[in-house]
Design a protein around this ligand. Sequence first.
Ligand code: NOJ
Length: 568
Amino acid sequence: MTQHITDATTDAITDRDAGRGWWHDAVIYQVYPRSFADADGDGMGDLPGVTARLPHLRDLGVDAVWLSPFYASPQADAGYDVADYRVVDPVFGTLADADALVRRAHELGLRVIVDIVPNHCSDQHEWFRAALADGPASPLRERFHFRPGRGPGGELPPNDWESVFGGPAWTRTTDPDGTPGDWYLHLFAPEQPDFDWEHPAVREEFRSVLRFWLDLGVDGFRVDVAHGLIKAPGLPDVGHGEQVKLLGAAPVPYFDQDGVHEIYRDWRALLDGYDGERIAVAEAWTPTVERSALYLRPDELHQAFNFTYLTTGWDAAALRAVIDRSLAAMNSVAAPATWVLSNHDVVRHTTRFADGDPARGLRRARAATLLMLALPGSAYLYQGEELGLPEVTDLPDEVRQDPAFFRGAGQGSGQPSGQEGTRDGCRVPLPWSGVRPPFGFGPVAGGPSWLPQPAGWADLTVAAQQGDPASTLELYRTALALRRAHPALGAGRDVAWEEAPAGVLAFRRTAAGRTLVVTTNLTGRPVTLPAPGTPLLCSLNSRAPGADLGGPGTDAVLPPDATVWWER
Ligand code: NOJ
């Protein structure tokens, strides 16, 4: 097996492996509550809808569920603008519904991770309302970033920072007497003022919010914009006048500042004070995986999303490089690598990989999933990818809700392109059953859904795919069942690359005396090579993997855009 780790860290890793926590190889499924299942029929998904559909996730075979925000919110950014961190928004249900969801999930053997949004709140949060109402010199403003404007009348923003959603990262206030006042910082929408994490009250408030949800029984947190909490002293200009790039190579004064780590050391101590292995995963768009690893030092967070992997295209050399580099970086801090292909902020991978041909996109998406699920570490799935859902690229402007659309984030927002960098197309409600919208998303046939679903999704519902060996749903179920059963899947910290023709990825993993070989053909044409073993699973058809792949001692013809798992 390839060794990426240095002697200095080997002992620490071995110690940790001995009692490895559940998150080291967990498959975690992201539920986007407004689009998962709508129990009350108002067209918006809700917590009772999630609870009712949890058996789907148990049957799928995932270990945990991560729920995007369901807290009290004006929904200026689909709930990532939180007005009260301890209250469930009535659109999604009640605190009792959240409690019931967590208890039901635990009964089904599923852990629950909730989102925490510490970089910013809603402009309707009581702290921000009070800060505005109290006027320019109020100490209540010190919990945010208020600054006087530049220019003779203060009519220019305090610095040159641009919002991730487009436009300046500053909005000017009006003083209680009606005159133009100071400006406040919002790295995202104007309805999302940034907290000033240098203020002790902010730190104490979030400790309390974490405890609130841990006491309710959640198993952990996904930390929104984990890299953004600390800004460089003095809020210096970026200087190059460019819009914020979530994943840019150049250091910027508002992201990935070293001061964030002290916060996560504090949070780790708090999490460790609870029983049951509670975890935190960082949404940290850092310039490199090595910078991400810093969030995962043993006294900090447990996992970080691997956005470098997510943003790597369908290219064998690039994928091999990012896999090696990710494993090396994570092994250096004894943290599990994580892998992710889709989430609620990016174009679905079925469409990203299509190059204009939806059938090719689906083939590659399925192959990419089997590649990802064979890598050591933890994997994140985004709701609907188990159905092979494509991005919806033809939503009419009048139904769109993403603030990035209205603020014109456009290309260069750091998001893979598709709908000018906006995100409604991956958030269309899930199709569960039936032949017309809302396809079982809501309780009433012909009832509403907050974004329209394409009529063609009748063939993609859970009910339509269930039991069909060629379906994407059955491929995911088979793959996740094998991943649970096969000791060489998920576990471990490394892959051993095998010789393979250019454009083919082939690696080996061995555990408990069993060896699994994984091949992915990215060449676009069939490739013949000696069969690496007996085929276990092929991304083209989950039930008939061996149909024309050969076996030990024979040649195998690897189909294009396909991944095969082989037992050696
Ligand atoms: C990242 C979230 O995933 C995204 O949906 C949100 O708009 C921003 N953070 C701001 O909270």
